[in-house]
Each structure stands twice: as structure tokens, then as C-alpha cells.
Design a protein around this ligand. Structure first.
Ligand code: G1P
Length: 297
């Protein structure tokens, strides 16, 4: 199937317990790197890849996420009156076209595969993307755009992939590599969160996917997998069983695991250093902190 990818699913129903107490009232996806919520990075990446329809799989307590994408006419008017053009532009760059976003609830936390399946009626017979906003990827060409370009040449299912240390395998979906062609690898199988000593490779799935509607059909089986959850990895692996192609794509760019505190802090520093207006201050501060700590040790 060689159709354009114009829809993306954003699974955002997770409770974000690793960030409690913050996530008691703030959805994890609204937490900010410098001044942009995690979800904004994901949306910007999707837009750059040509996505036109954005499907959010949400849950109770995610109202702030829906409000975030509403237009803010009062705020816009205040900024306009005050002549704050730059801020107004920043604000307007987050506006979405009416009808471009759909919200669907995942009523039960049954896993990532189940979350994606909840959006099945909004996807017709066309390929679609899945973006996990926890995985923030900084790159010259946004990751999903790289994948959409690779997909145009290699239709099938495609997952973003990255080498991880062997002991970290149990935190990821891991690829069983059939043929390594450089940035693209074809895949024999995929295992969700294997024990480190049973991992078929050190190539891990990162939260960007281009999937065929067949994967949604596979999810109909509601097969329970690792951790007793319905796993997206398993539904993609079922494609291989059916002899349909699945690829891993080694993207160019730096990935931050913003689902962990350490990854989130690292992303904050990296994105801060990328801002010309913050760079010098932040660099000065970081090197002085490091020097002081070292001297004290
Ligand atoms: C999910 C996927 C996993 C993938 C990971 C990437 O796991 O199930 O295959 O490797 O995202 O971040 P989670 O981190 O939600 O447990």
C-alpha cells in the first residue's frame, strides 16, 4: 500500500505516575521543555511530516490537553493591543485548524496496543503514524519526516529504531533483525520488553511508527502480551507472520526519554542550550555548577 500518511495517533491516556505529584493535576504531556509542552513538540514533528489529522487517545483528567489546543482570542487580543507581535506569533503557531484534532477516550488502561485500537474508527484504509510524545527527538530533519520519506520508498510497517545498551532491552520493544541495510533494517520479529539476556538484538523501538491498517485488524484479537497488556509491538510482529514487510528505521537525531525524570532534565538542558537567547547564561551556569561540585568532591 503506497498512500500518503496524513493521520497520526497520539496515545496520551497514561497517568504519568513517574512525575507525581506534578501529574496529579497536570497531564504529563503538558509538562514543558523550556516553554513548550511535550505535546507541542510532537505536533510540530507531525506537521513537518505532512500530517493533517491529529487523533488524541485520552483518558479522564486530560482536559488541560484539550484546552491547550483551543484558540485563545482574549489572550491574542491582549497581546495584539500591547504590540507584542513575537509572542502573538508564538501563540498563533500553536493554533490548529478547526476539525483537525479528534479526541477519543481509552476507557481502560489496557496497554499501548489497546490505546491505538481505540482510534480504529478514525482510520480508514490508509497508513497512519503513531507518535509517543514521551519520546522527544531533536534532529535537523524531524524524525517522522525522515520516516515518511523512507516509507515512500519502502511501504510496509516502519518503526523508529535506535541502538540501546543490552541491559536496557527490558524497557523497549526489541527488533529481531533480518537484514541490516544501514539506516533501514528489515525485521524477522519483534519482542516487547524481553529480558536482557533474551533480547534478539540491541536495536530498540522508539516511539514513532508508520503502520498499515492491517495492524488495527491484528489488534482486534486483543492478545495480551508483556506485562499483561495489549502490546502494539505484538500487533506489528503479527504482520511479519503474515509475510508483510516490517522495517526498523535508524533515524538521525538525539532521542530523549521524557518519560523518565533524568531524560526530561537532559532534554530541558539540551533544548535550553539550543535557544540563542538562553545559551550563554545556561552554559555559564552549567559549567560553574560542575566546577563547584567537582571542587567539593
Ligand atoms: C513503548 C513501547 C515500546 C517502545 C517504547 C519506546 O513502551 O511499548 O515497544 O520501545 O514505548 O519509548 P513504554 O515506554 O510505553 O513502556
Amino acid at each position: 500500500m503506497k498512500k500518503k500518511v496524513t493521520k497520526a495517533i497520539f496515545p496520551v491516556a497514561g497517568l504519568g505516575t513517574r512525575f507525581l505529584p506534578a501529574t496529579k493535576s497536570v497531564p504529563k504531556e503538558i509538562m514543558t521543555l523550556v516553554d513548550r509542552p511535550l505535546i507541542q513538540y510532537a505536533i510540530d514533528e507531525a506537521r513537518a511530516a505532512g500530517i493533517k489529522e491529529f487523533i488524541f487517545v485520552t483518558s479522564r483528567g486530560k482536559g488541560a490537553l484539550e484546552d491547550y489546543f483551543d484558540e485563545a482570542p482574549q489572550l491574542e487580543q491582549t497581546l495584539r493591543k500591547a504590540g507584542k507581535k513575537e509572542l502573538l506569533d508564538t501563540l498563533q503557531s500553536t493554533n490548529m485548524e478547526s476539525g483537525a484534532i479528534a479526541y477519543i477516550r481509552q476507557h481502560k488502561a489496557l496497554g499501548l496496543g489497546h490505546a491505538v485500537w481505540c482510534a480504529r474508527r478514525l482510520i480508514s484504509n490508509e497508513p497512519f503514524a503513531v507518535i509517543l510524545p514521551d519520546d522527544v527527538i531533536a534532529g535537523q530533519t524531524p524524525c517522522l519526516q525522515q520516516m515518511v520519506e523512507a516509507y515512500a520508498e519502502n511501504p510496509g510497517c516502519m518503526v523508529a529504531a535506535m541502538e540501546v545498551p543490552q541491559q536496557a532491552a527490558s524497557s523497549y520493544g526489541i527488533l529481531d533483525v533480518k537484514e541490516d541495510m544501514g539506516s533501514l533494517v528489515s525485521v524477522n520479529g519483534m519482542v516487547e520488553k524481553p529480558d536482557a539476556d533474551k533480547a534478539p538484538s540491541n536495536l530498540a523501538v522508539i516511539g514513532r511508527y508508520i503502520l498499515t491498517p492491517d495492524v488495527l485488524r491484528n489488534l482486534n484479537k486483543k492478545k495480551s502480551g508483556a506485562g499483561g497488556e495489549i502490546q502494539l509491538t505484538d500487533a506489528i510482529a503479527d504482520e511479519i507472520v503474515e509475510d508483510r514487510p516490517v522495517y526498523g528505521y535508524r533515524f538521525e537525531g538525539e532521542r530523549f526519554d521524557c518519560g523518565s525524570k533524568s531524560g526530561f532534565l537532559q532534554a530541558t538542558v539540551a533544548f535550553g542550550l539550543n535557544r540563542p537567547e538562553l545559551r550563554d547564561d545556561l552554559m555559564g551556569y552549567l559549567s560553574s555548577v560542575v566546577d563547584t561540585r567537582k571542587a567539593a568532591e
